[in-house]
Design a protein around this ligand. Structure first.
Ligand SMILES: Nc1ncnc2c1ncn2[C@@H]1O[C@H](COP(=O)(O)OP(=O)(O)OP(=O)(O)O)[C@@H](O)[C@H]1O
Length: 361
């Protein structure tokens, strides 16, 4: 199947820009996720691809077929794009059986009756629902309805599958199961998929690559590992996982590392990266990369930083203890399998575990 290419999409509503220079390519068979906080423009981007919204400018194409290039001649209506669409609301017709719900897009495409039955049973088998083909939607659970909606999205073998938060109506446990199942289905069918979610765990576990949106702009496109390990901006670092963002000033710089004075604490942190002495910087520090120790003689082992912090709060979450700490004017969140009862504690931090974001002017 050809790739989906989105180039320089801009979109505004009533004079307010909601998408700015959106650019990405989704490869054949790839599971590609648009991730970001509420209102950042994910659904609008998906709607532009689907043809439900018209961008102000830019290009959208699948292989050689141009869906949109800013000219009326190349604005293909949604029904001409051969895309599979599944939304948060399953949008099944309540007065039709499951099989009839799936037949609808096939009838629209004038598929012969005998072929319809084969395709419907094929799609329902893929989602493990063929035994319920003659039921009505209200006779199914939410999870089952969501499977039917997915089956309807793939029954006519679309070129690309577009999914907008399809799991968000499910409870947490079903959502986990549905995630595993959805990933298996996508692999089996091998269909190029664009998935919208604001749930970073969902994005990380499902996707081949993720596009992180903030305020209508793409901040970063990368594999889940790239996005987590090397977030392009402090905003991405803060959105994915639990990351402390500590403001400071570069004290000194040497080959491949800098010393950052944190806030007004007077404490210094050696960080891998480059920066210029005297400039401001933000240091990203993931909670789980901080080691807490009660030992006062904590080793300066191979350049590991040792910071002294005050324990403000400790909460037990079952699997671990979570700590709210203060380093002077800075607040740090950390976690540990051990309960530390003192007022103060040492934080061991490897320079390689710090993400350095020098101030850009
Ligand atoms: N039809 C519309 N008219 C006016 N503004 C709109 C319209 N559709 C979306 N917007 C605005 O565009 C921005 C992006 O909305 P969009 O639905 O794409 O965000 P999102 O990232 O998908 O958010 P969510 O996760 O909450 O669905 C928001 O500020 C929204 O209010």
């Amino acid at each position: 199947m050809p790739e989906l290419v989105v180039e320089n999409i801009k979109k505004s509503f009533h004079g307010t820009t909601v998408l700015e220079d959106i650019d990405f390519t989704v490869a054949d068979g790839e599971f590609f996720t648009l991730l970001g906080p509420s209102g950042c423009g994910k659904s609008t981007t998906l709607s532009c691809v689907a043809g439900l919204e018209t961008p102000d400018s830019g290009t959208i194409r699948v292989g050689d077929q141009v869906f949109f290039d800013g000219t009326p001649r190349h604005t293909v209506p949604p029904e001409g794009r051969n895309l599979g669409l599944v939304f948060q609301s399953y949008a099944l017709w309540p007065h039709m059986t499951i099989a009839d719900n799936l037949a609808l897009p096939l009838k629209l495409r004038k598929v012969p009756k005998a072929e319809q039955r084969r395709l419907i049973d094929d799609a329902l088998t893929k989602v493990d629902m063929v035994h319920l083909r003659d039921r009505y939607p209200h006779q199914l659970s939410g999870g089952q309805q969501q499977r039917v909606a997915l089956a309807r999205g793939i029954v006519y073998s679309p070129g690309v599958l577009l999914l907008d938060e399809p799991l968000s109506n499910l409870d947490a446990k079903m959502r986990n199961q549905a995630r595993l199942w959805l990933k298996g289905l996508q692999r089996e069918v091998g269909i190029t998929t664009v998935y919208v979610t604001h749930d970073q765990v969902e994005a990380m576990s499902l996707s081949d690559r993720i596009a992180v949106f903030m305020h209508g702009r793409l901040q970063q496109v990368g594999t889940p590992t790239e996005i987590y390990e090397t977030p392009a901006t402090p905003e991405v670092a803060g959105f994915i996982g639990r990351c402390n963002l500590l403001e400071g000033r570069v004290d000194s710089a040497e080959e491949g590392s800098v010393q950052v004075q944190l806030g007004t604490t007077g404490q210094r942190l050696k960080v891998t990266g480059t920066g210029s002495a005297g400039t401001s910087a933000t240091v990203g520090l993931r909670s789980e990369r901080i080691t807490l120790t009660d030992r006062v003689d904590a080793p300066h082992d191979g350049g590991v930083n040792v910071l002294r912090a005050r324990i403000e709060q400790c909460s037990y979450t079952g699997a671990r203890f979570e700590y709210e700490l203060s380093l002077g004017d800075l607040r740090v969140h950390a976690e540990s399998p051990i309960q530390h009862t003192g007022r103060e504690i040492n934080l061991l931090i490897r320079p390689d575990d710090c993400l350095l974001y020098p101030e850009t002017v």
